[in-house]
Design a protein around this ligand. Structure first.
Ligand code: SAH
Ligand code: SF4
Ligand code: F3S
Length: 472
């Protein structure tokens, strides 16, 4: 998934509305002020959940601080997609072990949110008994209640149910980015990829009503957001639960037509649910960004079948052709897993040949990591770690060459960018094209953050472009 550039412009934050302070709770009185710190791991959905959680906390009278040391309430919003990601949180939690120095500050409360919370549940209390709250994303609607119980002095609270049809919506979201707004339209996942923890950690698929999505988009546009990023683990499996029954592509078009909205992105699309209507919508509406993230995972039908991805190599390549037939060029990025159990050298060769055929504009690739309670964890024929690493390096090298070549063709072209950051040198700026490419450029003007500019590409590397503001 694409990384976002962090622009620390909290003072400019639109949508930071609900700052009202509720009467200090007992926890606050005891501890001299309610403060919280939240660190987020994982995908954009987690990042956005943290923005919503922060909104809920501010509503309860908490103030956000920049380090865990200053905070009374320390939250980690965790990811468990691969083993390394899941381990990170335990090393963070270790820092609060009373054997070290936490014992001197026993007023602190530590909470674990997100996918590790859901997956490990109460076992987290066993591994780190100083944790007070464990809550998975399917239970965030209960957070105000859980917080009230903590504030009333309860030592341990949990929210671990996944049998829900609720989505986590709140008018209190405190968005971190000043011009791009994330918006979850579908939560959970009903697919059953053999390697993946998400169906366990985020619960069943449930979509948000289209009128509620469109109302929020309108409010975001009114306070100055120009880019909307619609989120879901399988965003294009969206099913409108309201009477309007908008399809995903109809929803895309409606969001794109909202006055003030200049860019609409969506992430992540599942190949199975990518129909021609989505490509037609992108063709019809310039505000819909010319970028589709379409994870393939592997190039061999045999491995795709073992992964339970529900499409063959040929079906995936048909989706690529469908996108390539659009009237405007649409950039395609993907994800790969190498070394899935049973993946032979020959299967891997098929992944490499798919790379050549598909000509992706970007790819995230990972070594297969066995995850607890997934069907793949019990599969025989594990690929040795050294082999996984070698395959990963071969794949990344080949993809790098493809990206370099594809980006060279963009030299001399002019693209509209949304300016997202400045470098230390005052004339250097960073923006993103509609196709989601990073374009570093020069301009003699100041105050460009959040502006849309036309930039001519003068240089190209595998991962970014360079250019200068087009004054013509
Ligand atoms: N919902 C998205 C992907 C979510 S996870 C989809 O269906 O494509 C993001 C990426 O992490 C996946 O696309 C996959 O490439 C990778 N991933 C997921 N589980 C993994 C595992 N057990 N080991 C290695 N990579 C994994
Ligand atoms: Fe995981 Fe598959 Fe669902 Fe994506 S579609 S979140 S990879 S189970
Ligand atoms: Fe990680 Fe959970 Fe997202 S496992 S990738 S934080 S859905």
């Amino acid at each position: 998934m694409a990384e976002s550039i962090h622009v620390p412009l909290s003072a400019l934050l639109p949508g930071a509305g609900a700052r009202e302070t509720l009467p200090a709770s007992s926890l606050g009185e005891l501890q001299g002020g309610l403060t919280f710190y939240i660190e987020t791991f994982g995908c954009q959905m987690n990042e956005h959940d943290s923005e919503k959680v922060a909104g809920v906390l501010v509503r309860r009278g908490y103030r956000q601080v920049a380090s865990p040391d200053e905070a009374r309430l320390v939250f980690y919003n965790t990811c468990s997609i691969r083993e390394k990601a899941a381990q990170k949180v335990f090393s963070r939690l270790g820092e609060f072990n009373p054997k070290n120095n936490f014992g001197r500050d026993s007023g602190k409360r530590i909470g674990v949110l997100g996918c590790v919370a859901q997956q490990e549940g109460e076992q987290i209390f066993e591994r780190a008994p100083w944790v007070s709250l464990v809550c998975g994303s399917a239970s965030y609607r209960k957070l105000p209640l859980l917080l009230a119980r903590l504030e009333a002095g309860e030592r341990r609270v949990t929210g671990l149910e996944t049998d829900t049809d609720e989505t986590f919506e709140t008018e209190l979201t405190r968005r971190d980015h000043p011009f791009r707004a994330y918006l979850t339209i579908i939560e959970g996942c009903d697919k059953a990829c053999a390697y993946c923890v998400v169906p366990q950690t985020r619960g069943p698929e449930r979509s948000r009503a289209s009128d509620s999505v469109l109302r929020e988009v309108q409010e975001l546009a009114e306070v100055g957001y120009t880019e909307i990023q619609l989120l879901g683990q399988t965003v294009n499996s969206y099913r409108d639960p309201s009477n309007r029954h908008l399809t995903f592509s109809e929803l895309l078009l409606a969001v794109a037509e909202t006055p003030g909205i200049r860019r609409v992105r969506f992430m992540t699309s599942h190949p199975r649910d990518l129909g021609s209507d989505i490509v037609e919508a992108i063709d019809a509406s310039p505000a819909l960004c010319d970028h589709v993230h379409l994870p393939v995972q592997a190039g061999s039908t045999r491995v795709l079948r073992a992964m339970q991805r529900t499409y063959t190599r040929e079906e995936y390549l048909e989706k690529i052709s469908l996108i390539r037939r659009a009237r405007r060029p649409i950039s395609i990025t993907t994800d790969f897993i190498v070394g899935f159990p049973g993946e032979t050298e020959r299967d891997f060769e098929e992944t490499l040949s798919l790379l050549d055929l598909a000509q992706f504009d970007g790819a995230f690739s990972f070594q297969y990591s066995p995850r607890p309670h997934t069907p793949a964890a019990a599969m025989a024929e594990a690929v040795p770690e050294s082999e996984k690493l070698q395959r990963l390096q071969v794949l990344q090298e080949r993809q790098r060459a493809i990206q370099w070549q594809r980006n060279q063709r963009l030299r001399g072209q002019v693209f509209e960018v949304l300016v997202e950051g400045a470098s230390r040198r005052e004339t250097q700026w960073t923006g993103r094209t509609s196709s989601n490419r990073v374009l570093n450029f020069t301009s003699s003007r100041t105050d460009l953050l959040g502006e849309y500019l036309r930039v001519r590409v003068t240089g190209a590397g595998p991962n970014s472009l360079t250019g200068e503001e087009n004054s013509e």
